[in-house]
Design a protein around this ligand. Structure first.
Ligand SMILES: [Zn+2]
Length: 543
């Protein structure tokens, strides 16, 4: 088991695909950190954020280039730099470009390309050929996760139906397997080791026989150990990489206790099971995530992974969730984060205190701050949907009450303890979210009483909030390659607040003959005189 050198794989992945624009120096920092922390591989999760020479239309500015990869490969010969491309699901970055939209499985919906379209199969092969040409790594990861639209288009549906006519055949498994088989075989023929995510093989195990035997299955399990789930892959003779995560995507910052537990459980059972290795994933540092603030946690994870290997025989795998409850519930009570906090302490006492406030105590505030299984509602509603009033609409009771008081106190302490601009930006973002909702609520109360002038004035500080967040987003970009879209999101939010203020002044006096609800007048789709909100009321008509 293990890599060519005989050592188990110890990797973490950097999620470029979520709008990150690292410079070569940022990438060097990640490589240095990897080697110092005991990793022998760094995964670069690319999707559309790589300058594929054969697909010049596929990537925006600030993406990773072949030159950067070649430089890093030259400078870091002991670190395997592993590309993570995606050749079916998570193709959204390609599908929402003018050149790419014809390859979609469903028009203007979802993130999967259509495996029945010859043009897409050719495109997938071009992406793979470029990757094989530029990256010298032993492992080439071809993606394959979250292909929930399998069989959605008429051609794919016909194939699934046709395959399914044979007794006992899962048509979707066959569709998935037939798409990936030649791509995995190509990687093997190039003398490399293909990797694929495990989730669709869990859902469609009949696809396994179509996967080349040398395929590494990356079993991502963020609420338990892959030791619990990967037995069926190992039984079929596949090498498995156990993949924990840093819980960033579902946090205002990062849920430290659950992340540490997830890393530890996966590292221990990977060792005990003789797995191929461990791959720590990190996802979604757009929406005011910040990679610089994750580096101590990534470092601590490297230590945990290495330690688990060395102490493997004496330690039993832990953390199986056997009570039948949703698995994230089992993680919710976790509060220990000793190893992670120690890594922050190494960077200074203030950093440890900041990490404890933002990573451990904040989730105890409850409401939208507590640990959960999906993307943080604070991040999405504040910025992703171009309408920050959604945060007020969904969380005003929580954020205007004791939950908001507690969170605000923690964010203010966080701003005070933050050791650098990156950490301060994280706390400032959280504080801004709570403050925005409170200003919006003040505006709503005045609006409901018919005081349009006060209602509009109450929103004035919100413009300042988004101006300040714009500066933080710029700083995140410069310091660690953070999202350029976040800067634009702040502009759009500020403009939307100004638009809402204008509408409130114009229509808040009842001049339409009716007073639109505050949630309606602050919505981007609000249309004067469309009192019944026709654009909203039929789910089936929602475009
Ligand atoms: Zn299709």
């Amino acid at each position: 088991m293990g890599t060519l050198s005989g050592m188990p794989l110890r990797m973490w992945t950097y999620d470029l695909a979520r709008e990150q624009s690292p410079t070569l120096d940022h990438l060097r920092r990640f490589c240095d950190l990897s080697l110092e922390s005991g990793y022998n591989a760094l995964g670069l999760y690319l999707e559309h954020r790589f300058d594929y020479p054969s697909v010049p239309w596929s990537h925006g500015i600030g993406c990773l280039t072949p030159e950067m990869v070649r430089t890093l490969q030259e400078e870091y010969r002991t670190l395997q730099i592993v590309p993570f491309i995606n050749l079916l699901g998570h193709f959204e970055g390609f599908l929402y470009t003018e050149a790419g939209y014809p390859q979609a499985e469903m028009s203007f919906q979802g993130m999967q390309a259509c495996p029945s379209k010859p043009d897409f199969v050719e495109l997938a092969n071009k992406i793979l050929d470029d990757t094989l040409e530029i990256f010298t790594s032993q492992i080439i990861h071809v993606g394959g996760d979250e292909t929930q639209q399998l069989g959605a288009c008429p051609q794919c549906c016909a194939r699934v139906t046709e395959y399914g006519k044979q007794a006992g055949v899962d048509g979707m498994a066959r569709l998935f397997g037939e798409h990936f088989k030649p791509l995995l075989d190509k990687v093997v023929e190039a003398g490399r080791r293909p990797g694929i995510w495990g989730d669709m093989l869990h859902a469609h195990p009949d696809a396994m026989p179509l996967m080349h035997r040398d395929t590494l299955i990356f079993d991502w399990q963020y609420f338990q150990s892959a030791g619990v789930t990967s037995q069926k892959f190992r039984d079929e003779g596949f090498d498995v990489v156990y993949c924990p995560t840093l819980h960033v995507y579902n946090a205002t910052w990062l849920h430290l206790p659950q992340s540490e537990r997830n890393v530890r459980e996966n590292a221990i059972s990977a060792s005990a099971d003789g797995a191929y290795g461990v791959c720590l994933t990190t996802w979604e540092c757009a929406l005011f995530g910040n990679y610089e603030t994750l580096l101590p946690a990534i470092r601590a994870s490297g230590g945990i992974i290495q330690n688990s290997e060395e102490n493997a025989p004496s330690i039993e795998a832990e953390g199986e969730s056997g009570d039948g409850s949703p698995i994230e519930l089992d993680y919710r009570q976790e509060r220990k984060a000793d190893a992670f906090l120690k890594a922050y302490l190494k960077e200074g006492e203030a950093y440890e205190e900041w990490a404890r406030l933002m990573g451990v105590e904040l989730q105890d505030a409850g409401g939208p701050f507590e640990f959960g299984g999906i993307r943080s509602g604070i991040k999405c509603r504040m910025l992703l949907y171009s309408n920050p009033f959604l945060l007020w609409l969904r969380h005003r009771d929580a954020l205007c009450g004791p939950i908001g008081d507690k969170a605000l106190g923690l964010f203010e302490s966080g701003v005070a303890f933050a050791p650098d601009a990156s950490a301060r930006g994280v706390s400032d973002f959280g504080k801004s979210a709570v403050m925005f909702v409170r200003f919006a609520e003040e505006s709503h109360r005045a609006y409901a009483k018919g005081n349009a002038a006060h209602a509009a004035t109450a929103l004035v500080p919100c413009r300042q909030i988004f101006e300040n967040l714009t500066k933080i987003a710029r700083s995140n970009h410069l310091r660690i390659g953070g999202s350029l879209a976040d800067i634009e999101r702040c502009h759009v939010a500020k403009e939307h607040v100004e638009r809402a203020m204008r509408r409130i002044k114009q229509y808040g006096d009842g001049s339409l003959g009716y007073l639109p609800s505050f949630e309606m007048i602050t919505h981007p789709n609000f249309m004067p005189h469309d009192q019944a909100a026709w654009w909203l009321i039929n789910d089936w008509a929602r475009e």
